[in-house]
Design a protein around this ligand. Structure first.
Ligand code: HEC
Ligand code: HEC
Length: 359
């Protein structure tokens, strides 16, 4: 406001955004004051000289107009109803929150399901945004923050849209009563496009996170490994299970292939499809990119613990192992034995083995 008050020549449409309706009203405001603006520096309004420039009055009028038009337009576009949120849900949530395998049974693909909530209960409480789990997840007050693919998370204005909807009492808006639920979308990179976390996260969410979460089916996450966010999947806190660029050195990949046992998902079969396994491998091979396409940093010095079959020439399945004076070898493992390998990653992400033992 101050900007265009000080500079009446600033283009109005830039200052106030692209509200065409507002523009029209500005034009009529100009029409009202037009003659004075053009010709009269010290106008008479109702025959009384105000002793100040006419555009002073014009701008006051305009400010009132801008304020009321902004309010009017947010109501007119109905940003308080489910109909306005549905496109965001389809774009950012439904890839995971739909179908029989939706995380925590929470489907966000139609109005009734959103109101129904998860196996833990409703996620929206009419009139109570701060008591609504859905809002808490969008803001990161409850973890893991949603969407699980973030960052990027939703913008402040998108989150505000959800909050206003809850405050307004969860009105449906112009969505058909019998609108069919959206189909779970399978995200696959196009030819030549990099595989990112955006592509693999729905698999982790629907096949793994029921156990690998803070409070999963088995209580705490098995091995403390949570698959509910990019950061937790890549975490180096105790040891790494994903080594960017090295699928064979990644316990996560070994587990879904069935090279490391027990094979994952633990409740399989069915295990992941060949297509899903290849996608996961490609994601790791290409550097375990985040949803923005940024390659993960090299976890130099991090600990690893791998399982697999020992092959001749100190290889774990296809993976070369750095065995030397620094290695303690237990239970005299031979080629063909199932073994556990513990070690650390060097700068080139090769595994310097500290301990090798038969299982
Ligand atoms: C990549 C998959 C994925 C995407 C995309 C995603 N979620 Fe989730 N969501 C999950 C998983 C997995 C959980 C369970 C995490 C846990 O154990 O708390 C979850 C949990 C939730 C919960 C908690 C339910 C409860 O009862 O505690 C809410 C609410 C939620 N998601 C809302 C959303 C919204 C809204 C979006 C879109 C803006 C979204 N999610 C996008 C995977 C996803
Ligand atoms: C039904 C529960 C369950 C599901 C579903 C599940 N896991 Fe597991 N996961 C476990 C258990 C239990 C272990 C520990 C098993 C062991 O090593 O003895 C484990 C261990 C792991 C480990 C080894 C962790 C480490 O620190 O070495 C990885 C990696 C893993 N799971 C990945 C996955 C992936 C990826 C998926 C989905 C494709 C998945 N899990 C699905 C229960 C589950």
């Amino acid at each position: 406001m101050a900007a265009f008050l000080g500079d009446p020549s600033a283009p109005l449409s830039v200052v106030v955004g692209s509200q065409i309706k507002l523009r029209a009203e500005i034009n009529s405001a100009k029409a009202l004051f037009g003659a004075q603006l053009k010709h009269d520096a010290r106008p008479r309004v109702n025959g009384v000289s105000r002793g100040m420039p006419s555009h002073w009055l014009f701008w006051v009028f305009l400010i009132l107009l801008v304020t009321s038009t902004q309010e009017a337009s947010s109501q007119a576009s109905g940003s308080n109803t489910y109909a306005d949120l549905a496109p965001i849900l389809v774009q950012r949530c439904v890839m995971c929150h739909s179908g029989d395998a939706a995380p925590l049974g929470l489907r966000l693909d139609n109005f009734e399901s959103v109101l129904k909530g998860s196996t833990r209960g409703p996620v929206v409480k009419a009139g109570d945004p701060s008591g609504s789990e859905l809002i808490r997840r969008l803001k990161g007050i409850s973890q893991p923050r949603m969407p699980m693919t973030g960052p990027p998370f939703l913008s402040d204005s998108e989150i505000a849209l959800f909050e206003r909807w809850v405050t307004a009492g969860l009105p449906r808006g112009g969505v058909a009563q019998d609108a069919p639920p959206s189909k779970p979308t399978t995200l696959r990179p196009e030819a030549g496009q990099a595989v990112t976390y955006l592509h693999v996260a729905p698999i982790l969410a629907t096949r793994c996170s029921k156990c690998h979460a803070e409070k999963g089916l088995m209580g705490a996450a098995p091995e403390g490994y949570r698959l509910t966010s990019y950061d937790s999947t890549l975490s180096t806190a105790d040891r790494v299970r994903v080594v960017p660029g090295k699928p064979d050195a990644s316990e996560l990949v070994r587990r879904i292939r069935g090279q490391a046992l027990p094979r994952m998902p633990f409740d399989g079969p069915p295990y992941l499809s060949n297509d899903e396994i290849r996608l996961m491998e490609a994601w790791v091979a290409q550097g375990a990119r985040d949803a923005n396409g940024k390659v993960a940093p090299n976890p130099t010095g991090a600990a690893v613990r791998l399982h697999g079959t020992l092959r001749s020439g100190w290889r774990l399945d296809g993976l070369d192992l750095d065995i030397g004076a620094h290695t303690r070898i237990d239970k005299s493992p031979k080629s063909g034995d199932f073994v556990e390998v513990r070690g650390r990653l060097d700068e080139a992400a090769n595994i310097k083995v500290e301990r090798l033992r038969r299982r």
